[in-house]
Write a protein that binds this ligand. Structure first.
Ligand SMILES: [Zn+2]
Length: 370
């Protein structure tokens, strides 16, 4: 991600700080300085940094729980509004998703618990939320922040952890797709309430409401896609009419094909019909600019394209497409020759067909048309 600094790495996960967070710290320091001088500026900045360490530990809770189920996380980025962990995927078993979702808030429960234990009789619950009061100790404020983090994250609305907990609990009783739909509708209900409260009290809530609303629709689409993919074979969803380029082609040949067809990704296929790589439109334009039209496509293509067999289930292909960010997945026959392609766009089209006629599975629909 651009505009973020990598400050370290834990268990294969890069820890990043977005530049806006650093600007936020500078701004906050200035505000505190104007109010109470250098001492206040330091106090305020240290408090914010400690809050963000708690947020980071929360995200790492998710990361380590996911790692137990073989799910890696590329990076955790700290933004002024919180942390975002970019996990490869969510574990599909509801029990595992439940553990991963709960692991984050559990970290904050542990921090708050430890601080309260340490404070012992010095602790007065009335002081928990007095974040602006300089006479209240940092430990009390930090305990208060961790309690707020738990409550906020456990709201039963995507993308909050509570939304995932709710989905996992529902999925134990009904199908995954149905559970997501119900959890998303509940989340959108919350978003509407948030939006109304935002108009009345605090505009910040309107932004959070919009964020929740969009995240809920995104989750719903993904779950529907997964549900359709589970019952479909790759051969029923793949593109079979496409233009490929020979291994001897140049970037100029590729540019020619780009203009003649509606394709934006071109498979490079050798004499034996095996997939060597894929040239995307962006890589092609970049190569034209930087290396000239005569450079061979073999040198500018993306070589490590995953392939699946025509008899594979569509959800396996979907996983490679979504998780690792490949532009396409190649489909091969028994002799490993390229016979089809899967792209995000063509899966989207399959979803449109499916939602227009949910009673018909795409496989039979295609067969009757042939
Ligand atoms: Zn979380």
């Amino acid at each position: 991600m651009r505009w973020s600094l990598t400050v370290g790495s834990i268990a294969g996960t890069a820890i990043r700080i977005h530049i806006t967070f650093l600007l936020f710290l500078v701004w906050l320091g200035t505000v505190y300085y104007r109010q109470g001088g250098a001492e206040a500026a330091w106090q305020g900045t240290i408090f914010i940094v400690l809050i963000f360490i708690c947020v980071l530990l929360h995200e790492l809770g998710h990361v380590f729980a996911a790692l137990r189920y073989g799910v890696k996380t590329r990076d955790v980025t700290l933004w002024p509004f919180g942390g975002i962990a970019s996990m490869e995927r969510m574990p599909e078993k509801p029990g595992e998703e439940l553990i991963v979702a709960l692991a984050g808030p559990a970290v904050n429960v542990a921090i708050a618990g430890a601080l309260l234990l340490w404070l012992g009789s010095r602790f007065d619950p009335a002081n928990l939320a007095k974040f602006e009061d300089p006479t209240i100790s940092l430990a009390v404020k930090l305990a208060g922040i961790n309690i707020i983090l738990v409550l906020f994250n456990m709201l039963p609305a995507f993308p909050m952890d509570g939304g995932r907990v709710l989905r996992a609990l529902l999925a134990m009783r009904m199908g995954n797709a149905r559970a997501t739909e119900l959890a998303a509708v509940i989340g959108q209900g919350f978003a509407i309430v948030f939006g109304i409260l935002g108009i009345l009290y605090n505009p910040m809530l309107i932004i959070i409401a919009a964020f929740i609303f969009l995240a809920a629709s995104g989750e719903m689409t993904q779950a529907q896609l997964r549900a359709v993919a589970q019952g479909t074979l790759v051969s029923d969803a793949m593109i079979t009419e496409f233009q490929s380029l020979p291994a001897s082609a140049t970037v100029a040949d590729a540019a020619d094909a780009l203009i003649r067809t509606t394709q934006t990704e071109f498979p490079i296929v050798d004499g034996a019909g095996h997939l060597r790589g894929v040239l995307t439109r962006d890589a092609m334009i970049k190569a034209l600019k930087q290396r000239g039209p005569d450079s061979p496509v073999l040198e500018v293509m993306q070589p490590d394209i995953p392939t699946v067999s025509t008899r594979a289930k569509l959800d396996t292909a979907l996983r490679s497409l979504m998780q690792r960010g490949h532009p396409v997945v190649g489909v091969t026959d028994g002799e490993k020759r390229l016979v089809g392609l899967l792209t995000v766009e063509n899966l989207g089209e399959m979803m449109m067909v499916h939602s227009a006629r949910p009673d018909m599975d795409t496989g039979t629909w295609r067969k009757t048309r042939r």
